[in-house]
Write a protein that binds this ligand. Structure first.
Ligand SMILES: O=C(O)CCC(=O)C(=O)O
Length: 243
C-alpha cells in the first residue's frame, strides 16, 4: 500500500523559513500574479506565530453551518460539503452559495481583527466573510467563480489562509469544455498567514479550486472577505443609474 505522507505543520520549520524575511515589515512585498484577464496580488499578511494564534482562536470561536446549510445539490443529488463553512458579516446580509442562502452571523472580534488588517494594507472595506475549514487534504473546494450577483464587482475578494499550506488552481473559462483554448492554468501555493487578492476582472474569466491533496494531514482555515451590495444599496444604485 502506498504510504500516506504527511506534510507536518511544525512551528519550528515555519519559523526557520521566516528568518530571511524577518527584516521586512509585513506585508512582505506584494507579488503580482497576472495572465489574460487574471489580476491577483499575493503577500504575507501575518507572521507564522500570529497566524498560529489566529488559527487557534478561530478553532474555538467560529460556529460552522450544519443541517441543510452544510449540504449542496449537484445534478439533483444532495451531498455534504467536503469541508466546513461559516458566514459572518454585517447584520441582515445574506449570500447565496451553491443555490443555498446563508445569513451572516454577527462579526466576532478575531474576524474583525483580520478584516481590519486586510483593510489596512489594501484600502478596501469588506462587509462579509465566508469561512472554509479543511480538516486535512481530503477536504477540498471544486472549481467555481466568485461572480454572484450580490458581490460588488469593483471590489477584490481577499483570501486569508491560516494553517496547512494548500495548492490553489485557476483555470480560464475558455480552457474548459468543448472547443477549449490552450491556456495554461495558474497554480499557487497559499501558505499560512498569506493574503491573496483576486482583483476584478479575475472572477469573470477564471475559475478557481482548492484540489484534494492526500499528503496534507493538517487543518487549514480560509477566509474570503467580500463586499456585498445589500438590496437597499442596489435600489439606490439603480435609482442613480436611471435618473
Ligand atoms: O480555501 C480556499 O483557498 C478557497 C476558497 C474559495 O475558493 C472561496 O471561498 O471561494
Amino acid at each position: 500500500m502506498k504510504k500516506r505522507e504527511c506534510l507536518e505543520w511544525s512551528e519550528d520549520d515555519e519559523m526557520n523559513k521566516d528568518d530571511d524575511l524577518a527584516e521586512f515589515p509585513l506585508p512582505v512585498p506584494w507579488q503580482n500574479v497576472d495572465a489574460e484577464g487574471l489580476d491577483c496580488d499575493y503577500a504575507l499578511l501575518f507572521t507564522k506565530e500570529e497566524a498560529y494564534r489566529l488559527f487557534d482562536r478561530l478553532e474555538t470561536e467560529v460556529v460552522y453551518l450544519t443541517g441543510h446549510e452544510a449540504r449542496v445539490q449537484v445534478y439533483g443529488k444532495v451531498h455534504d460539503i467536503p469541508r466546513k463553512q461559516a458566514v459572518y458579516g454585517e447584520p441582515g446580509l445574506n449570500y447565496t452559495y451553491s443555490g443555498v442562502k446563508h445569513f451572516a452571523r454577527q462579526w466576532i472580534p478575531t474576524l474583525e481583527y483580520i478584516r481590519d488588517s486586510v483593510t489596512k494594507v489594501t484600502g478596501q472595506v469588506f462587509n462579509f466573510v465566508l469561512v472554509n475549514r479543511y480538516k486535512d487534504g481530503l477536504d477540498h473546494m471544486g472549481e467555481h467563480r466568485d461572480n454572484e450577483r450580490e458581490l460588488d464587482p469593483l471590489c477584490p475578494i481577499a483570501s486569508v489562509s491560516l494553517g496547512a499550506s494548500r495548492d490553489f488552481v485557476f483555470r480560464h473559462r475558455d480552457a474548459r469544455g468543448r472547443g477549449r483554448r490552450r491556456i495554461e492554468p495558474v497554480k499557487l501555493q497559499l501558505v499560512s498567514g498569506s493574503l491573496l487578492l483576486m482583483n476584478p476582472p479575475t472572477n469573470t474569466y477564471w475559475y478557481h479550486s482548492l484540489p484534494r491533496r492526500r499528503a496534507v494531514c493538517q487543518p487549514r482555515i480560509n477566509l474570503t472577505f467580500r463586499r456585498i451590495i445589500s438590496s437597499d444599496e442596489k435600489g439606490s444604485l439603480m435609482t442613480t443609474s436611471t435618473s
